[in-house]
Write a protein that binds this ligand. Structure first.
Ligand code: HMG
Ligand code: MG
Length: 297
């Protein structure tokens, strides 16, 4: 793999915190995000504007986005499921919104209470309104490599959703291994098919580490030319509507490997670790990343 520039998109404040039973007080969330803004990270998904009954941990989304420092060069994004979520996100002045749906029907129903067919027009309307408001939009496809309810997911379903999202005007589609079932050969096979249709710069990889495969999956993705990866500091996270899902690949571990490969991320490992120690203290439990275990051993 040639040394190259890799973009890490930090999703800990959203994907991480949404699945934690502890409610991190709003000022602590803001302080953590502000600290991460000075690590060299260029993109953070800082919260989600979903229904607070569904995700109580992020019920303070408006306060968080309104309260954070805006460091130039950092994109502050938030997850939105529909027009109502977008309205709240715009009131807080996010830079970018992420819309999301699943490749598999049952996970889509459990996660957002809609069939896939019902979801397309909702996401199209939301994307259009966000673009009209001058925001960029990112799209997620969940359950790309497997569904907690249906098992195997066909790559045709992934293509269909990815094409639909790009046609709506999203600038990038993030491919979610929601429950962390992917392994390297599968990642290679799925990417071989997808990259025949979509350029690498329209796709990102979003691995959860449930089975310890996320780092190997990143390595295979790098070999296939992928340059954008979602991760969560300390390995926080999961998806509450996907039983068994655990944290995203840890940003600190990912950075360690990318640095070792000579790839450029612009992120300062020491500052990042300080931010991990900060949120660990707020969570009141050890964070699970290898880096955090090693640095405190
Ligand atoms: P619903 O109950 O079907 O909503 O939920 P509805 O449209 O029928 O509306 C019902 C009520 O909710 C209405 O209020 C709406 O105004 C209100 P009422 O008129 O009854 O007073 N409402 C809202 N309130 C605040 N914010 C909103 C909103 N929307 C409606 N945005 C809904 C549908 C999508 C809202 C719900 O199912 C939901 O919030 N789901 C979110 C679940 C979630 O956050 N899952 C985790 C994120 S996805 C993920 O983690 C995967 C990812 O990481 C990638 C991967 O790993 O694969 C992205
Ligand atoms: Mg996720």
């Amino acid at each position: 793999i040639d040394p190259k520039k890799i973009t890490i998109k930090e999703v800990g404040p959203r994907d991480g915190l949404q699945n934690e039973s502890v409610f991190v007080p709003t000022p602590d969330k803001i302080a953590w995000i502000n600290q991460m803004s000075h690590t060299g990270l260029t993109y953070m998904e800082v919260t989600s504007f979903v229904h607070p009954k569904w995700i109580p941990a992020l019920a303070d989304a408006v306060e968080v986005v309104s309260g954070i420092e805006r460091v130039p060069g950092v994109t502050y994004a938030a997850l939105v499921p529909n027009a109502k979520g977008l309205e709240r996100a715009l009131s807080a002045q996010v830079d970018e919104v992420s819309v999301f749906m699943s490749a598999s029907e049952t996970h889509n129903l459990k996660n957002i209470n809609k069939t896939r067919e019902e979801t397309y027009p909702i996401l199209a309307e939301t994307t259009q309104a966000a673009l009209a408001a001058g925001k960029t939009v990112r799209g997620y496809v969940s359950t790309v490599f497997g569904c907690p309810y249906e098992g195997a997911v066909s790559v045709d379903d992934v293509i269909r959703v990815t094409e639909a999202l790009l046609a709506m005007g999203v600038s990038e589609v993030s491919l979610g291994d929601t429950i962390g079932v992917a392994q390297p050969r599968q990642v290679q096979e799925v990417l071989e098919v997808l990259l025949q249709r979509f350029p690498t710069d329209k796709l990102a990889m979003h691995f959860h580490d449930t089975r310890g495969m996320a780092m190997a999956n990143v390595l295979v993705s790098l070999e296939m030319g992928m340059t954008t990866f979602d991760s969560s500091l300390g390995g926080l996270g999961g998806c509450p509507y996907a039983p068994g899902a655990s944290g995203n690949i840890a940003t600190d571990d990912l950075l360690y490997m990318l640095n070792g490969l000579g790839m450029q991320t612009g992120i300062d490992a020491e500052k990042l670790q300080a931010a991990a120690l900060f949120i660990q203290e707020k969570m009141g439990r050890p964070l699970m990343s290898h880096n955090m275990q090693a640095c405190q051993a």
